[in-house]
Design a protein around this ligand. Structure first.
Ligand SMILES: Nc1ncnc2c1ncn2[C@@H]1O[C@H](COP(=O)(O)OP(=O)(O)OP(=O)(O)O)[C@@H](O)[C@H]1O
Length: 307
């Protein structure tokens, strides 16, 4: 059972802890010690082109480009995510975060560049990459005519888990995410937050080694948010790596040990939280780096002011 889920909502995932949740899969344990990555998640070896052994960064994006209607919405994104880290991707609306994460996880084909998950190219070796990858995409389409319980079980079976294993893991995940009582309701009847939690359970059921989560806390209540933070903490403590996007700077500062600021389809700053903050709060740094875009003067909308 996932009884080891942390309830300490103030700690960062994995920080100060190095536990492996009882019964949680070998794949996560295997990643707990990754050659070539030091304890701070930084590279210690010159070789970062990881092989199938899993050595090297958990995610490596090189020169990713995506154009829509001739406009480059992702314009040469490079990003190295060390194994064992929790990396936050932040940026203004329309910055290209979702597009980048979609290309990183094999959901959208890049016009240029490469994405490697623990050494597996997501486009040249999609099966190898997706076996190691759990994804919570933005606006995910779920099989919503299934119940939450059926959805998580079925996802596990589609990943090749034995039926009994998929059932057991589905129950544990539903329990941790507070969905047990609603487990037999159809996903189509779920609230936005419940659907997000069901999708998160699906992203975890096959015990990935890299989790890529697009706005995982959006629409989620504070109690569930704490459960998710605990779940991610255990995942990282067990050797997993997390990349998440969020607009909530305080959350990123609390959860992440690394951060990348994206705007206009480019990475403006990336590194450890301390490096990127550079002595300020993340919000201040964010505004400094990504601000100054299109903002109204505030002189319009006179019709909104009564006096
Ligand atoms: N399928 C598409 N066709 C055309 N334009 C697209 C498509 N998908 C994204 N875009 C455009 O690409 C840009 C980046 O969008 P993206 O969703 O990646 O931004 P984002 O950083 O995730 O934004 P937000 O924080 O608002 O979720 C936006 O201008 C968006 O309109």
């Amino acid at each position: 059972m996932l009884r080891t889920v942390a309830r300490d909502t103030n700690s960062r995932p994995g920080h100060g802890r190095r536990r492996t949740p009882e019964g949680w899969p070998e794949a996560s344990r295997a990643a707990a010690s990754v050659p070539g990555v030091d304890e701070d998640g930084g590279r210690t070896s010159a070789e970062d082109g990881a092989g199938a052994s899993g050595a090297g960064p958990a995610l490596k994006l090189v020169g990713l480009v995506k154009r829509f209607g001739g406009r480059a919405v992702v314009d040469g994104v490079d990003l190295l995510v060390p194994a064992g880290s929790v990396t936050g991707l932040v940026g203004p609306n329309g910055a290209g975060k979702t597009t980048t994460l979609s290309m990183a996880t094999g959901l959208l084909r890049p016009d240029a560049g490469t994405a490697r998950v623990l050494g597996h190219d997501v486009w040249a070796d999609p099966v190898g990459a997706k076996r190691l990858l759990g994804v919570l995409p933005d606006g995910m389409r779920l099989f919503d005519r299934l119940s939450g319980r059926e959805l998580v079980r079925t996802t596990g079976e589609l990943h090749g888990l034995a039926r009994a294993v998929a059932r057991e893991r589905a129950e544990e995940l539903l329990d941790v995410l507070g969905l047990t009582a609603a487990g037999d309701e159809l996903v189509v009847d779920y609230s936005a937050g419940m659907a997000k939690k069901a999708a998160l359970a699906c992203s975890l059921v096959h015990a990935p080694r890299l989790l890529v989560l697009d706005e995982p806390f959006e629409a989620v209540d504070p109690l569930s948010g704490a459960s998710i933070r605990g779940l991610l903490g255990d995942f990282v403590a067990g050797g997993g790596t997390v990349v998440l996007s969020s607009h909530v700077m305080e959350l990123v500062e609390r959860l992440c040990d690394r951060v990348a600021v994206v705007a206009g389809g480019r990475v403006l700053a990336a590194g450890t939280l301390e490096e990127v903050r550079d002595g300020r709060t993340l919000e201040e740094r964010f505004v400094e780096l990504a601000g100054g875009g299109e903002r109204g003067s505030g002189e319009g909308l006179a019709w909104l002011r009564r006096s």
